[in-house]
Write a new protein. Sequence first.
Length: 170
Amino acid sequence: MGSTAVAITAFYCTAVAAGLVAVAAVWWSTRAPGRIDVARVVEREKGWFAIVVALLLGLLLGTVFFIPYGRTSTGAQIVKVTGQQFAWIIQPATITANKPVEFRLTSKDVNHAFAVYDDRDVLLFQVQVMPGKEQRYVTTFRRPGVYHVLCLEYCGLDHHAMAADFRVTR
Ligand SMILES: [Cu+2]
């Protein structure tokens, strides 16, 4: 048995044990010996409600500042991108590093997906590109180099050929 198989087996056994503990806890908490004190249950529900609200507020405050939508950047480099069967038109195709870029993307025909990969072929981001709409995406490239663009939404017979490059310079 390889180390991966051992890890999977250990994880599976732990998950099953945790599930059994959860089932036992539910069974234990609901066997209700004698009368149920409704007033106490109502008080506890209020407490749980407050805990859930506090958790949701914490989650909201902890994540809301990372939402990428609606980001605008005054003074950003504007790059216009048009997708069409089966090519990308990127103007200008040279971008300066460490300065915000605002991609403004649209399609001439059908839906496409503008996916940008770095020179190590790591996917950086993807933007849906639609006819009759202008999508905006603001980002900043830190590393100079040649970045690759692929279409990630099947758009027709030559979808696979829908590739392009752009250059990020210092
Ligand atoms: Cu495509």
